[in-house]
Design a protein around this ligand. Structure first.
Ligand code: F6P
Length: 358
C-alpha cells in the first residue's frame, strides 16, 4: 500500500475549498498518508509532466486556508469522457487519467466537487478501479443527502450583505431594488439571503410568480408608508411565460442570467416605482470563507480521510444533523435538491410577510 491520497477540486470554485484541503492534509498526516494535489481537476493528469504537487500541513496553514478560490485550480469544462481537443474535436481521455492515477501510486482520490464533477468522477472510478471519496462543495447547495455544501454559507452571507447595501440606497431614492443571485436550478441562495437580508419579495424557480403578485406586495409596502422595496431573484427564475433568461458565452456555452434586467421595467410599469437591478454574479463565489464554511470544510475533510483510512469508497461525505456522515455518491447526485415546498424556511418567509410573487 502506497498510502497516498490524491486530491483535486473540480467544477466551479467557491469559498472554503482550501479549508477542506487543510483538513484533509492534517488528518492524513496524523494517519500516515501522503497527499498529492492534482491541479485543474483531472485535466492536470492530461499534461506531461503531470500538474501535481505534494501538499503538506505547513502549506495549508497560515494564509492559505483562509483564502477563497482553490490553490489547485479547477475547471468546469474539461470532462475527460468528452474532452475538447485543440482541433475542435472531442475525445475520450479517461484511459490517460486512470493510467496517471495508478502510475502516481494514488490509492484513494478525494474529489471536492458538485453534482457534475461527482458524476464524472464516479464513472471514472468505476471504469478505472479508483477508490474515490467526494466532498460536497457548491454555492447552489443542491446536492442531495447533505444539509449543506461547502461554499453555500459564504455565498448567502455575500448576498445578504448585498441586500444590506441596497437597502439604504433604495430608501434614499424611493426605489425598488432587484438583486439577482446565483444558484442554478435551486433557489436556496435567494431564499436564505432573502429572509436574512429583509427582502420583501423572494423569487425562486420552485415557485411560480406573476407580475401582478409582485405588484400586489409592492403596493402593500407602499400603503404601509414605506418608500422602497427589496426583491431578490434566483438566476433560474423564468419570465412569467416560462422563458429562461440566459447569457451565451464564448464557444456557445450558456449560463443563467438576465432575469433581474427583465423584471426591472416590468416591475416599474406595474408599480410606478423607479426600479434598478443588480447582478451579484461571481462575487458570491469569491472572498474569504465564513466561519461556518470553514467548520463544515474541516469536518467534511477529516471525515473523507477517515473513510479512506477505513477502506470505505464510492462515498460522499455529508453534513446531517450537525454530523459528518457517509452517503453513496450516486445517491447524492441522483436528483438535484431544489427548494422543497415543505422547507421550514418557506414557512418562515411567508410568516414574515415575505411574498414569493405568487
Ligand atoms: O454552480 C455554481 C454556479 O456559480 C452557478 O450558481 C452558476 O449558474 C454557474 O456556476 C456559473 O458558472 P460559470 O462560473 O461557468 O459562469
Amino acid at each position: 500500500m502506497s498510502k497516498t491520497i490524491g486530491i483535486l477540486t473540480s467544477g466551479g470554485d467557491c469559498a472554503g475549498l482550501n479549508a477542506v484541503m487543510r483538513a484533509v492534509v492534517h488528518r492524513s498526516a496524523l494517519l500516515g498518508w501522503k497527499v498529492i494535489g492534482i491541479q485543474n481537476g483531472t485535466a492536470g493528469l492530461l499534461e506531461k509532466p503531470y500538474r501535481i504537487r505534494e501538499l503538506k500541513p505547513e502549506d495549508l496553514d497560515g494564509f492559505t486556508m483562509r483564502r477563497g478560490g482553490t490553490i489547485l485550480g479547477t475547471t468546469n469544462s474539461r470532462d475527460p469522457f468528452n474532452y475538447l481537443m485543440d482541433d475542435g474535436t472531442y475525445k475520450d481521455r479517461t484511459d490517460e487519467v486512470i493510467a496517471a492515477i495508478h502510475e502516481l501510486g494514488i490509492e484513494a482520490l478525494i474529489g471536492i466537487g458538485g453534482d457534475g464533477s461527482f458524476d464524472i468522477l464516479s464513472r471514472l472510478a468505476k471504469k478505472g478501479g479508483i477508490n474515490m471519496v467526494g466532498v460536497p462543495k457548491t454555492i447552489d447547495n443542491d446536492l442531495a443527502l447533505t444539509d449543506l455544501s461547502v461554499g453555500f454559507d459564504t455565498a448567502v452571507g455575500i448576498a445578504t450583505e448585498a441586500l444590506d447595501r441596497l437597502q439604504p440606497t433604495a430608501a434614499s431614492h424611493d426605489r425598488a431594488m432587484i438583486l439577482e443571485v446565483m444558484g442554478r436550478d435551486a433557489g436556496h441562495i435567494a431564499l436564505n439571503a432573502g429572509i436574512a437580508g429583509g427582502a420583501d419579495i423572494i423569487l425562486i424557480p420552485e415557485i411560480k410568480y406573476s407580475i401582478e403578485g409582485i405588484a400586489k406586495k409592492i403596493k402593500q409596502v407602499k400603503d404601509e408608508g414605506r418608500n422602497f422595496a427589496l426583491v431578490i431573484v434566483s438566476e433560474a427564475v423564468t419570465t412569467p411565460d416560462g422563458d429562461k433568461r440566459e447569457m451565451v458565452y464564448h464557444g456557445g456555452e450558456t449560463r443563467y442570467g438576465g432575469i433581474g434586467e427583465y423584471l426591472c421595467p416590468a416591475i416599474a410599469d406595474a408599480t410606478g416605482f423607479e426600479t434598478r437591478a443588480t447582478v451579484l454574479g461571481h462575487v458570491q463565489r469569491g472572498g474569504q470563507p465564513t466561519h461556518n464554511d470553514r467548520l463544515l470544510a474541516s469536518a467534511l475533510g477529516v471525515k473523507a480521510v477517515d473513510l479512506i483510512n477505513d477502506g470505505q469508497f464510492g462515498k460522499m461525505v455529508a453534513w446531517q444533523n450537525r454530523e459528518a456522515v457517509a452517503v453513496n455518491v450516486e445517491d447524492a447526485i441522483a436528483k438535484c435538491r431544489v427548494v422543497d415546498m415543505n422547507d421550514p424556511l418557506v414557512h418562515t418567509a411567508r410568516s414574515l410577510g415575505i411574498s414569493f410573487g405568487d
